[in-house]
Design a binder for this molecule. Structure first.
Ligand code: PLP
Length: 396
């Protein structure tokens, strides 16, 4: 006998993985150049040069027992100091190492924070559609309730009226993700300020803080001079979950952190509970080698030229063809409306007729739209354009 909830999760098909596997099979039959795979969000630009140089130097020069040994549960002081310094310099805050808890990427950071804030089966955590599909099991498998805020399908900002209508005495937090997967939209200062005002007012009404859990793996992936507001500077009760998976192209290295600002309400208790939750899920002492690398590379930023070129080519080409698309200022996704609003059918037809692999939006809480990950070769985008054209023509 096994835990049935986890059994279901472990055997549930992942649409993205299925599309990806289909693409690999089709490539053997029709040639890789005839498959247009926009399914997976795996970074396609290399990590900055300094990352690899640092790894080599650490392995060659540092004490091997330390490099391959355990770190402290919350991470090495050196790495936490380097990140604290970088955040302080960039965002005008006085971040301290003791406010940071290193994790194996954003996923365990989120699970630890959600676990820390889930106090009873009545606990409610709000998710703003469209959202990263894993949020749902992250919340429900910890015994809380996931309350979905329907998408604002015009601008893909946050529909604050719907947020307000869904806040109850049991609301502990709202998870927001900007730049957003899957829409590529960056929440504006105006949206975030209004959200902060609403959460402060409701928190006062119910007599407890309502936290923002800011999931920020794409914080550095932003184009055209658009600014990504740092949410703790707008709303004090913000807990940040960060990852280097996308920003430094290091998804396989599993490194990120939780930042619990000292000025957040009950910050000491929240930090302690995050560290206890990380212990329960077994995600403590993230890889030492990569922490030591982050210590040297905390101020490194990605070269986004290749993503930006893809973004402009795809966005301009698709909108010229007549597709409607959320304005993609960040991350590496486009969220495109299916011509008849049925993204499931669009995805299936595109796959079978054109080997064009796009992810239907149902799992993101937005079934009219499909997601394209444009962290792909620019040449593939050019080759795929006739397929997009044929698809939209077939709906006329
Ligand atoms: N949050 C969002 C919005 C993501 O898109 C992802 C990964 O794609 C994650 C969290 C998980 O990131 P990590 O690889 O750091 O666990």
């Amino acid at each position: 006998m096994v835990n049935q909830e986890y059994y279901k999760l472990g055997t549930a098909p992942s649409v993205i993985r299925q599309l990806f596997a289909y693409g690999l099979e089709q490539a053997k039959k029709v040639g890789a150049e005839n498959v247009y795979d926009y399914s997976i969000g795996n970074p396609s630009i290399p990590a900055p040069k300094k990352v690899n140089e640092s790894i080599k130097a650490i392995v060659d020069e540092c004490d091997s027992v330390k490099v391959h040994g355990y770190s402290m549960a919350a991470g090495f002081e050196g790495a936490r100091n380097a990140v604290a310094k970088d955040l302080s310099e960039r965002f005008g805050l006085d971040v301290k190492a003791g406010e940071l808890f290193f994790t194996c990427g954003a996923a365990p950071a989120l699970v630890s924070v959600i676990k820390a804030l889930t106090v009873s089966p009545e606990t409610e955590i709000m998710l703003v559609a469209p959202f990263f599909p894993e949020y749902t099991p992250f919340v429900t498998s910890n015994g809380g309730k996931a309350v979905v805020i329907p998408a604002d399908t015009k601008a893909f900002q946050i529909d604050l009226e719907k947020v307000e209508a869904n806040i109850t005495a049991n609301t502990q937090a709202i998870i927001i993700n900007s730049p957003n997967n899957p829409s590529g939209v960056v929440y504006t200062e105006e949206t975030l300020t209004a959200l902060a005002e609403l959460l402060s007012r409701k928190g006062e009404q119910y007599g407890h803080p309502i936290y923002i859990i800011a999931d920020e793996p794409y914080r550095e992936l932003v184009y055209g001079g658009v600014r990504v507001p740092f949410i703790p500077t707008i709303y004090k009760n913000t807990i940040v979950c960060y990852s280097y998976s996308k920003s430094l192209s290091l998804p396989g290295e599993r490194i990120g952190y939780v930042y619990v600002p000292a000025f957040a309400e009950d910050s000491k208790a929240v930090y302690a509970a995050v560290s206890g939750a990380a212990r329960i899920i077994g995600h403590v002492c993230p890889p030492t080698l990569i922490q030591m690398t982050i210590e040297r590379c905390a101020a490194e930023r990605p070269d986004l030229a290749a993503y930006d070129e893809n973004r402009i080519l795809l966005y301009n080409s698709l909108t010229e063809m007549g597709y409607e698309c959320a304005k993609p200022d960040g991350a590496f996704y486009l969220f495109v409306k299916a011509p008849d609003g049925n993204s499931e059918a669009f995805s299936e037809k595109a796959k079978l007729e054109h080997n064009l692999l796009v992810v239907p939006g149902g799992g993101f809480g937005c079934p009219e739209f499909f997601r394209l990950s444009y962290c792909v070769a620019n040449d593939m985008i050019k080759r795929s354009l006739p397929a997009f054209k044929a698809m939209i023509e077939s709906y006329k």
